[in-house]
Design a protein around this ligand. Sequence first.
Ligand code: BES
Ligand code: MN
Ligand code: ZN
Length: 502
Amino acid sequence: MKIKVSKENIGNIDTDALVVNLFEGDKKPAGATGEVDKLLDGTISQLIQEDEITGKKNEVTLIHTLNKMPASRVMVVGLGEKAKFSSEVLRQVMGTAARRLRSVNVKRIASIAHGAGIGGMEATVSAQTIAEGALLGLYKFDKYKTLLNNRSSIDELAIVEQDDSKISLLKAGVNKGQIVAEATNFARDLGNEPANILTPTELANRAEKMAKRVGLEYESLDRKQMEKLGMGALLAVAAGSNRPPKFIILKYIGDPRNEDNNLALCGKGITFDSGGISIKPAEGMGAMKGDMAGGASVIGAMMAIAQIKPKINVMGIVPATENMSGGSAFHPGDVVRTMLGKTFEIISTDAEGRMVLADALSYAIEHKQKRLVDVATLTGAASVALGNLAAAIMGNDQSLINHIIYAGENSGERFWQLPMWEEYREQIVSDIADIKNSGGRAAGTIAGGYFIQEFTEGVPWAHLDIAALARTDRERGYTVKGHTGFPVRTLVRLAENLASVK
Ligand code: BES
Ligand code: MN
Ligand code: ZN
């Protein structure tokens, strides 16, 4: 889908469907919606009167214009209560609207810059959000459906604006929205791809190809190089699989010669998590093809950062391997030595995410990273604690945590902080090694975070447990069934915000 900004009067725009809006409770359409209402001889007013249009969030009403204006259809979208309006509402609404229009085979959409008038939203933000909502909402993963005949798609989205002074702002917003949404959809593709296709090697290949396209530095380590570095934790997880592990590194240099401005994003890259010898129940195990979603979000974020070019250095690190139960697999009871030199005891081979991240953080610190953020589908307990409304966030640096929560608020991605009281450490003390890889059922998400913290060496660090948000079973707003790309938008905004703080 091509997205553009058109300087045009909405009464003249030639399109298959023009999208206007209504806030909940408004009885008289105002602004652009009012203009369209006049051209349609009061049809919208009448539908409001008859309670068919209420303005409720995500309500969509399609009206055929029957040659009363060049646009062949008008869609009125509900923006919900004016007091609760936000970019997240608009993103949801645009996703719903775009999917509905595709379902009736519309090819060209035009939309006003929702919120930029009465809603009080900046024009740039409105355009970025509209682009994101539509591109994310229209996402499909149907490459393996050979019998599909209905492949309808929308070719063009035009944001229509008469005011000359807003055009360049809207264009900048569209550009940013497009970059961020495409990067998110790239991450979604990686998550949705089955594990027989997306092996660690294939994940590395796709990261490399993307890096070439957007101008990122790329490097990957193979098993031999990991052995040399002493990445015993990552290698233990990889031991039970015939598919070789890959340690993927992407580098964006936006502030050369300023090491203090280094940010590392480390994403869990388990391309399939069977649980290993501590094998998972059969039911639902297929979802563990997506246990590299944290890594995918890091790769997606790097793709966007390379194009937005903030003044910061970002290193994306993805330790990628399967967790299988082959003949050379690691066992419960094993003791493993990490790159940092610490040892830990394996309580469960299913607590593998924290293991690969331990070595990833050591690599990051050795490569002069000054702020560490890890992203992982780490614990089922995260969804017990917070459901699928928010990801869990923990760390050792409140300022970094606050930056992430704030970046999330502005991206429509929620994070909720869990405590890291030092008494939790007792849960991961081992009888025979420095620590152990599972702390039992109590506070499972925190214990996971605590294990990872052992490898941060006091460097500012935040841990994002996205186990409950990486994937969804329902279509809603701009998310569709399958992988969500969470939290690409937050990571990109974090890099931008940290870049401007100096
Ligand atoms: N990848 C899983 C966590 C997970 C579960 C992600 C459900 C998404 C949906 C992780 O490797 C795991 O198995 N965690 C264990 C930890 C336990 C053994 C300490 C868990 O959550 O049970
Ligand atoms: Mn596991
Ligand atoms: Zn896992």
